[in-house]
Ligand binder design. Sequence first.
Ligand code: NAD
Length: 260
Amino acid sequence: MSLTGKTALITGSTSGIGLAYARALAGEGVNIVINGFGDADAIETERKALEATSGAKALYSGHDLTKADQIEAMMAEAASAFGGIDILINNAGMQHVAPVEEFPVDKWNLILALNLTAAFHTTRLAVPYMKEKKWGRIIQTASAHSLTASPFKSAYVTAKHGLAGLTKTVALELATFGVTANCISPGYVWTPLVENQIPDTMQARGLTREQVINDVLLAGQPTKQFVTPEQVAAIALFLCRDEAANITGANISVDGGWTA
Ligand code: NAD
């Protein structure tokens, strides 16, 4: 079955991995709702490019997903434009690196809200339509940190482990409705999220930029290569296909062997 005419909402898709998902799904003729922050002109250029690729519609939602009422507004806008969401990709995420005893409480709360609680809200709001249609795909960008930990990332590791648990629970609840729920767990992908944590890691560990890249980021990634956003998006595309209808509750690593 073709994906043409379906609608995908991808949180945090103005950049990085999220944008790669949007481009991959647009290539299949899917209506797209992109979300996230950034320069308004650049986002509008990207939105038009998605429509040119898909021949379908692309909508931009700039809602802040750390807030439940804004998530509700985004989901309502998407439902009024497209009827509902067939493919939900919970991808928006942020990171903060600090020792646990110094971890800023406001950063803890934000990371839990964006990386975990937002996925609960989008899921609870998307599921009734998917159940009614007897078809749906829920895909989380989790992380190798949904399976294993690293020091100084207490909030992120906690949120990503929680996201893996949410996904398995939702997979079981929806198993007879034609709706699958899965995590994709990348290792280090070269995106702004990774680039932006280099200065904090340099400070937290007293290292140079090169040492952070080679000895911290790629230290545990046996291939010694960053994953690309396109490699992650290709897995999501596969999970949307009928061939993947029996993959549910899974956590698929794309981490160069990190968690092997
Ligand atoms: P990125 O910083 O390039 O993209 C993050 C996106 O989230 C952006 O579109 C940003 O505008 C959006 N965003 C940030 N705060 C938001 C908010 N409050 N409300 C709505 N949108 C918001 O990051 P990325 O590397 O592409 O990360 C995407 C996902 O992949 C995250 O969940 C991240 O944890 C996960 N991940 C990334 C890596 C990596 O190495 N880059 C590895 C594993 C998992």
